[in-house]
Structure formats: C-alpha cells, structure tokens
Design a protein around this ligand. Structure first.
Ligand code: ZN
Length: 311
C-alpha cells in the first residue's frame, strides 16, 4: 500500500470536486460496505478502459492500480490483481479486449499488499491460472495474513488466502507460449517485492518492458528501516533494488501505481499523436531509482535524527 498516490484525470475541475467529496465520504462508507476500507480505494478503483501499452502488453487495471496482461497464442500472463473489488473489472477489461479470462495461464504479483494482490484470489478462481510469487510473498499468500517482516504490519489488511501458490526465485523465468517473463527480487517496500521484465515486439520493433514494484519506504508507526528486528536487512534490500533499476534494460517502464512513473501523462501525450512514442524512455528506470533513493535517504535521516555538527 502507498500513501497519497492517486491523481484524478488532469484538467477537469468538477473531477477535483468529486475527489474531495469522495475523500470526505470514504470513512463512513468503509464502515458499512464490503469493499476495501482505505481512504484511496474508491479512487484507485475508478474504471479505466483497457488499452495496448505496446505489442502484446495491455493495461487492464483500474485507473489507480496497475494490472498488466501479456498475451500469446497459447495463453496469457497477468501481473497483479489490484484490490479485491477490482477483480471483476480486470476480468471485464480482459474480455473487452477480445481475450478470454480462462486463457490466463499464470498470475504474478509485485508485492503482497491488498491493493496489488487483493484481487488475485478471485482472478485465479475465474481463470484457473497458476499463481507464482517470491518465496516470502508466497508464504504470506498461503497464510492469508500480513507477513511479520512487512514494514506496514499492523496497518494493512490481509488478503484472501491462496493455497496453491508456486514459488519463483530471483532471475528465474516463467513462460507461456512465446512469452517469457523474468522475476527480479526488488525488496524494500516489502521483503518479498518482485519486479518483472519481458520483451514485446510490434511492427518489427522490440522493447524491453519493466514492471517495477514499489520502492517507497512506507511503514506502520514505530517501524524503523534503520533498525527493525523483523526486517533487519531493509536498507541492504533497498540498495539491491535500486541497483537493479539502475542497470536493467528498460525501454518501457510500468509502475504498480501508474502515477509513480508519470504513466497517464505519457498515455495522454501519446494519444495526441506525439512522436517519438512518449511511452518509450530508456532512462525511466534510472530516474525512478533516483527518486526512490532520495525518498529513502530522507526517511533514514528522519529516523536517525539531525546529524551532530562538530564543535
Ligand atoms: Zn504496498
């Protein structure tokens, strides 16, 4: 889960007004409805028509939480299921693109928080797909709890348990037909965080695509990334993840929260017919690493307090 990460579509005043109304009513709504009880959930789950990002890669998530479909003649791979209440929207989006949900053979996850993994149980039921996750995330999925080493333990709700989760390790690939996705462990936001890479082609042009997991140092009150018994490797974990983003071939970046990489701005510019395609930016992953590194630096500074100047 992230904080303060949702934007309404730009430039429309009444939508901003609507957003304010939604924020003020979410607390009461969350008490009585069966949807997820977080202040951003209604906005995250705003419907978004699905569309092609590049080649065989499609955006099928709601407006505020990414879910990506990679297709082949032999079946498809889906990454992330957003909120529990997003599952039906994602399934409908897959169908409206002309694909069958039953042809999704594998479901993958970035990190096992309810806003990215919450819909996976239902999508698995609808598709019959295999679910693959990192060893840490798979254990959390099977238990239907929140992992003890999760920096947000105690403040995020658990997801519905998924019993038959298969484990995938750093650098391993999963294939369906002609698709091959590689898992890259990018811990920090959670100990099991995973980013995914693959190559998509369109009209004889091929691009390296990166689905980057969150790298924000968000925690429950009292948790320290600099000194946690339950997550003792947090700072080293972040460093490994930054190094990955700085070195991975990355033509097209998709982040689990679209706005973390200016995704909707890129989509808007592309729809205006601007060339070259603004979706393609080989420095996007390095830029994301730079921003994430700076966020962590500020967090560490807060945790350690102001450094003492010599007398
Ligand atoms: Zn999260």
């Amino acid at each position: 889960m992230e904080q303060g990460t949702t934007r309404a579509p730009a430039g429309i005043t009444w939508k901003l007004v609507l957003r304010m109304l939604l924020i003020s009513t979410v607390a009461a709504f969350a008490q009585t409805a069966s949807t997820s009880s977080c202040t951003q959930c209604l906005m995250w789950n705003q419907p978004q028509p699905p569309f092609r990002i590049f080649g065989n890669t499609y955006y099928v998530g709601p407006r505020g939480l990414s879910s990506v479909l990679i297709t082949s003649e032999a079946g498809h791979i889906l990454i992330d299921g957003a909120l529990p209440e997003s599952a039906k929207q994602i399934a409908a989006n897959i169908k409206s693109l002309g694909f069958r949900v039953e042809d999704v053979k594998v479901i993958l996850n970035s990190h096992v928080h309810f806003d990215h993994a919450g819909g996976i149980s239902e999508l698995r039921r609808l598709s019959g797909a295999r679910v693959l996750a990192s060893v840490w995330s798979a254990a959390v999925m099977r238990s239907g709890t929140v992992g003890r080493g999760d920096p947000q333990f105690g403040t995020v709700p658990p997801i519905a348990a998924i019993q038959d989760v298969h484990e995938i390790r750093d650098g391993e690939s999963v294939t369906v037909g002609s698709i091959a996705l590689t898992a890259h462990l990018t811990p920090g936001h959670t100990p099991g965080g995973t980013s995914w890479t693959w190559r998509s082609c369109e009209d004889n042009v091929c691009h390296d695509i990166v689905y980057a997991d969150s790298l924000t140092p968000v925690s429950a009150p009292g948790f320290k990334f600099t000194n946690s018994r339950n997550d003792p490797h947090a700072l080293k974990d972040f460093e490994k993840s930054f190094a990955f983003l700085e070195s991975v071939p990355c033509d097209v970046l998709i982040t689990v929260h679209p706005e973390f990489s200016g995704f909707w701005e890129r989509v808007d510019v592309r729809q205006r017919g601007v060339a070259p395609d603004p979706m393609v930016n080989p420095s996007a992953c390095r830029d994301l690493a730079h921003r994430a590194r700076e966020q962590l630096r500020r967090r560490v500074e807060e945790e350690r307090g102001p450094s003492r100047k010599p007398n």
